[in-house]
Design a binder for this molecule. Sequence first.
Ligand SMILES: [Zn+2]
Length: 636
Amino acid sequence: MVAVASLLGLIVPAFSVGRALGGQSSAIYSQLRTFSLASDSATVENLTLQRDRVVITFVQGIFYFAVPVAGKVRGAVFVGTGNFHSDVPPDEAERANVRRLLKADDISSDFKTAVFQFTDDTYDFIGKSAKPGAAAPPQAQRLATELLKSLLEEEGLNLASRTMESILDGENPGIFFAQFDGGKRQRFSFLFDPQTRVPVANFEINAGEKGLIFAYDSDIYSSDVWLAFFSKTDYESGRTAYSDMFNLVDTPKYQLELDLREPKKTLSLVAKMDCTSRIDGLQLIPFSLGEGLATYEAERRKKQLFVQSAKLADGKPLEYFQEQWESGFTVALPTALKKGQSVTLEIALRGDFMFNPDNNQGVYFPRSTTSWYPRHGYLSRSTFDVVMVHRKRDKAVTMGILVGDTPAGTMDDIRTEFRVEQPVALITFAVGDYEIHKDTAKSESGATLPLEFYSLPSDRGAIKEDFILAEMNNAVRYFSALFGDYPYTVFRGVYHPFGYGQGFPTTIMIPKADRADMYTYSFISHETSHQWWGDLVLWRSYRDQWLSEGFADYSGLLYTQKRDKTSSEKDLIKRARDNLKNPPRNLTGLGQGRLVDVGPLIMGHRLSSRETFGAYTTLTYKKGSLVLRMLHFLFT
Ligand SMILES: [Zn+2]
């Protein structure tokens, strides 16, 4: 058994590095992550490489090639002079985005260095005149080594894993990645991933886009995506497959066992996942994890969950690959799966993933409520069985129905089990000093729905639980009449001390929202309506996420109109319109123009950028709601 060497040297604790069993994948992985340059090089002049819509011209310089991996050259470093050019596809929103971020109509830059990793036919073009010679200069080797390190830190992207997966899962066409530096646009990257894996996992760009041009922006601790694009053939045919069509597995069922006995700090988790292959010859399965953690203050390095072990249901250990800073990990299967074949993976994870709000209220949450367990693809639906072991003084709660709570192991701990029987996309949990308040919603047909609110005990904070339960009760009955039966068998609110709400299936996470005014009415009803908009009806990509927030915000307006005086709805609409006329905020204060003009709703989270902070929220919630209100008026 050989431990894979660490990229970052001695500061990396051993647990962060994938367990290598000496199999085929660990040998390939180790070579890819070392990214050693061989003594082969090629001197080129005016060589042009076209990858989809991007044209790269190597005016003059030398390529240094990587040691072949699995029989082929998969990487290179170029030192010299060159030019990068990409036109912008026929898409007004992308054009506006490039103008906003680059003040230009296309993406052009010279460069002095470029680093490549690829599994496509790039070497056929750049390696034609390769000759053995002297060892590559240290500058070239340093560029190769730095590339993998910076991508992990800045994007959470493990390029070595992605390249290995492309090789071992036999992808055709393969991937292409290049990072340029030393020119007008300084350091920037271009990725073409025909399987859409990296855009989905590392950029939440998941509507079928295969190409990305981006640059890390140290002012905002994340990347500016200058351009995201479909393939040229996609544009020509006018059609593209959604990114989820490229998923490698379906994950219909999760069994999660959480150890929450150190709730201020540590989360230990065993995730059993049923995985069914969607392709023939599946060897490697990548999972997302902790992508909600930030680069800022090295949160993703310090607080991530690290894989402790990976095995099959029969106990057979599996190879896995995970690096410091990575927002995920990859598991290697002992034998390739055929399409339709299933395995159950058992992954043990541990890290300082718990968030302690530090306000002496005694309630604790995962740092990222949507990325604390492994997921493949984006918003796949699964059923969940969740067991939480916690201190006797605490209560633990997650989505679905409470199956029961019993003493665990020692009599000082409790084992609380929940079950989500309908397939849902996302779940979270909370643990702490909760007090449960109950109510029942009765529909006109006589059906009853149990309501719960997990509140603070009165000595920790005064919350009017009766008011909150009454609002949840009103809202759930109103929307059941309007949108169809409530989709689940329980409706629950859980207190969290944050200035926003999150509507998970069966459960809304909300702050102390107990002042009888139009803001509270629209807020609780907005979160309640997510049971339909966002939970029952899910969005498929960031381009239609506005439907979830737009419908929820419009639902909040409809409810407030009934619940409060009629002028309240008009008041809220006026505020929404006023918000949309505000200028966007940027790094130096206020930007140009109006939020409403930043871009179309289908740009989703990409509406927000270093030039347009907050544009996503204002547009998807407020413009989204007003668009739906307009349609409601037109069609009724
Ligand atoms: Zn919402």
